[in-house]
Design a protein around this ligand. Structure first.
Ligand code: PMM
Length: 251
């Protein structure tokens, strides 16, 4: 899954693709590099991000989805019912749902659904998240959501541990070590580690801050390969060509 964030403020590529034509060109490049799905998002979910009004999110994502549908499978990264519905009208066939609440739309419209775990909301989620046992809690949540979606009639259900969403670096590493357990829950697993800050913490700068986002490719590739090796069926990435090459080399 190749990422196209049509936002001014996403953590790694915010502001790069706010012009729909530029976003579409970028998406087509990711497709030529081997992406099977393009994930179009119009609301940043980076820690501290404020919600985006409905009309603005629609204006960001719909032209891009319309232009891509028919060429490649398109997912929409949203938490809003109306954006999900309009995105499906525009040709999206997968709802990438970091709120794990939109399965009624997927059921009603006959599209796929990715249920991601998030603790809290983006504005506050990184303020000292605490878990009894992060793998147990995330697993229980995903089973509960996926079971509800299946009962509602959703036929294609993905589960995603939500790396970086209300999690410390230790939580993220524990979840990555448990991808095999998540896959054993019975639904295909999607994982997104690409360029996230816990990877930058492996190689902090002299100021102790995580390495900058452009300096996290090696760790992004290694964690994508590791996730797929352990049973993940989809990785959500910015660097498609490098990820495809890494996965092929490790196959
Ligand atoms: N991460 C981000 C956004 N959407 N969706 C899923 N399913 N899984 C993720 O890990 C995920 C996501 C944050 O990354 P971005 O700001 O680069 O899009």
């Amino acid at each position: 899954m190749g990422i196209v964030n049509v936002t001014p403020d996403s953590f790694s590529d915010g502001g790069c693709f706010t012009d729909p034509a530029v976003a579409v060109a970028h998406a087509l490049r990711l497709v030529s590099e081997g992406a099977d799905v393009i994930d179009v998002g119009g609301e940043s979910t980076r820690p501290g991000a404020e919600p985006v009004p409905l009309e603005i999110e629609l204006a960001r994502v719909l032209p891009v989805i319309e232009a891509l549908a028919g060429t490649v499978r398109v997912s929409v990264d949203t938490t809003k019912t109306e954006v999900a519905q309009r995105a499906v009208d525009a040709g999206a066939t997968l709802l990438n749902d970091v709120s794990a609440r939109l399965f009624p739309v997927a059921a009603q419209r006959g599209v796929g659904w990715v249920a991601m775990h998030m603790k809290g909301e983006p504005r506050t989620m990184q303020e000292r998240p605490v878990y009894r046992d992060v793998v147990d809690e995330v697993s229980e949540f995903l089973v509960q959501r996926a079971t509800a979606a299946a009962a509602a009639g959703v036929e294609e259900i993905w589960v995603d541990p939500g790396i970086g969403f209300g999690k410390t670096a230790e939580h993220n590493w524990a979840l990555l070590a448990a991808i095999g357990d998540l896959a054993a829950l019975g639904w295909p697993v999607a994982v997104g580690t690409s360029r996230k800050s816990f990877l930058g913490r492996l190689t902090p700068g002299p100021d102790g801050q995580p390495a900058p986002v452009d300096d996290r490719l090696d760790e992004s590739l290694a964690t994508a390969v590791r996730a797929v090796r352990d049973g993940a069926s989809m990785v959500r990435v910015h660097d498609v060509a490098a990820t495809v090459a890494a996965l092929e080399a490790a196959a």
